[in-house]
Design a protein around this ligand. Structure first.
Ligand code: 5AD
Ligand code: SF4
Length: 457
């Protein structure tokens, strides 16, 4: 007879959530924890011994689905081992791969119990109940009309930490020809102003000082206010700045086409809005931008950056780039490098083009060989790396305001965040966590800065 596992200490069940991909998935995983809390699920850091495992997946690049299937293979073995002890382990696949693959996941990985997309995770309790009543896998990838965010709000658990993500907008109607987001996250949606303000106020009350407002097209935000009027992102930022306890605001990810003069002006006028802008351009070639369906030229992007810098001269810019998009010539790639030289990035994410099933660019006959993509990626990354190193190096000798976040690796050390999203190591008392302090920057490492406390701001 296999031995039964000992009864759990406080009858709590354990959930292990593995999060892939973007910051919105990080936020979504937090909200899944919120809805599972009242069901008696506590978070655990390892999959072994978990009662429920959730893979919150990403579908944006590379063999995302294949990675999930191989992970599921490992988890299936854990599930079997646990079953031999007479205990259950439920396996759930959530997020964008779940949305894209649906039933196929259960067909290929029959050990999976639940499959649900990004629009349905607020219904996790019902999905779990359906699974337990039927004993069969439950697949839920509809886009229900119900307001996911509204339902989630009542279940929120206290936040730890002094920085937090806050989703304000979701989905995308832009249909860039390489991108799966409009298919997996659905069409664009903005949360009502009052709902966002309420969530921000609650988290600020729990000690969150810095918020990063999230959306696939965050600057297309147009939430309804209490008077039935539509408020843009600049208006929302203004509202949130008035909340007591909120010291810093950021937003990501923006699309060049949705930038407004009000938002640019907010960078000049609102000291709580951090001087950091993540504005992807993907390519510096107008031919490629056109076939990507981006709806703007390289020149348009460069003029936007100019406007931002006129409003906020110390603005740091980051971007996303794709190399080896179908049809990209050496000349097109050169245009991307020259755009990068002109902008001067503080950081950038760059990727080899990866054909996503169901997107128009995946059908193109002009695919670029992998080897060529790799060469271009290396060259682009070397350029961006040099810019990033120069940007960080220029901080030495300056005084930056640093939000102290958590203990560092060494004794007596804290790690904080600069206005430009750099990690800063400083010798300071743990009691200062949550404070924003002036810091003299004296050193620069590969990924972080170090400095000395120079006083509270
Ligand atoms: N291939 C490579 N990179 C992609 N991205 C989105 N879709 C693809 C794809 N099919 C990149 C873009 C986007 C970032 C989030 O991921 O640069 O801005
Ligand atoms: Fe994808 Fe383009 Fe929408 Fe960004 S704007 S999410 S890249 S389709």
């Amino acid at each position: 007879m296999p031995e039964r596992p000992p009864p759990m200490d406080n009858a709590l069940k354990k959930v292990f959530i593995k999060t892939y991909g973007c910051q919105m998935n990080v936020y979504d995983s937090e909200r899944m924890r919120d809805v599972l809390g009242p069901l008696g699920y506590a978070d655990t850091a390892t999959p072994e011994g978990a009662d429920l495992i959730i893979l919150n997946t990403c579908h944006i690049r590379e063999k995302a689905a294949e990675k999930v299937y191989s992970e599921l293979g490992k988890i299936r073995r854990m599930k079997r081992a646990r079953a031999e002890l007479g205990a259950e382990m439920l396996i759930a696949v959530a997020g964008c791969v779940a949305q894209a693959e649906g039933e196929e996941i259960v067909r290929r990985a029959p050990a999976v119990d639940l499959v649900f997309g990004p629009q349905t995770y607020h219904r996790l309790p019902q999905l779990l109940a359906r699974r337990s009543a039927s004993g069969r896998a439950v697949v839920e990838t509809e886009f229900p009309a119900a307001d996911k965010f509204g339902e989630l709000d009542s279940k929120a658990q206290p936040r730890k930490g002094v920085t937090a993500f806050l989703t304000v907008q979701e989905g995308c109607d832009k249909f860039c020809s390489f991108c799966v987001v409009p298919y997996t996250r659905g069409s664009e949606f903005s949360r009502p102003v009052a709902q966002v303000v309420e969530e921000a106020r609650r988290m600020a009350g729990q000690g969150v000082k810095e918020f990063t407002l999230l959306g696939q097209n965050v600057n297309a935000y147009h939430g309804m206010d209490d008077r039935g009027r539509s408020l843009g992102l600049a208006g929302l930022v203004a509202e949130l700045s008035r909340i007591e306890g909120i010291e810093r605001l950021r937003y990501t990810t923006s699309h060049p086409r949705d930038m407004t003069d009000e938002l640019i002006a907010a960078h000049a006028e609102n000291p709580k809005l951090m001087p950091y802008l993540h504005l992807p351009v993907q390519s510096g070639s107008d031919t490629i931008l056109k076939s990507m369906n981006r709806g703007h030229t390289a020149e348009f992007y460069l003029r936007l950056i100019e406007k931002f810098r006129a409003a906020r001269p110390d603005l740091a810019v980051s971007g996303d780039f794709i190399v080896g998009f179908p049809g990209e010539t050496d000349n097109d790639f050169e245009s991307t490098l020259s755009l990068i030289r002109e902008v001067g990035y503080a950081s950038a994410f760059s990727f080899k083009y990866s054909p996503r099933p169901g997107t128009p660019a995946a059908e193109s006959a002009k695919q670029i060989p992998e080897a060529e993509k790799s060469v271009r990626l290396q060259e682009l990354q070397a350029l961006v790396h040099a810019q990033q190193t120069a940007f960080n190096g220029a901080m030495v000798g300056r005084t930056l305001s640093v939000l102290l976040e958590k203990p560092g690796r060494d004794a007596g050390q804290l790690v904080g965040r600069s206005p430009y999203l750099q990690s800063v190591h400083i010798q300071a008392e743990p009691g200062l966590i949550g404070m924003i302090v002036d810091t003299h920057i004296s050193g620069v490492g590969s990924n972080s800065l170090s400095g000395h406390y120079a006083g509270a701001v």
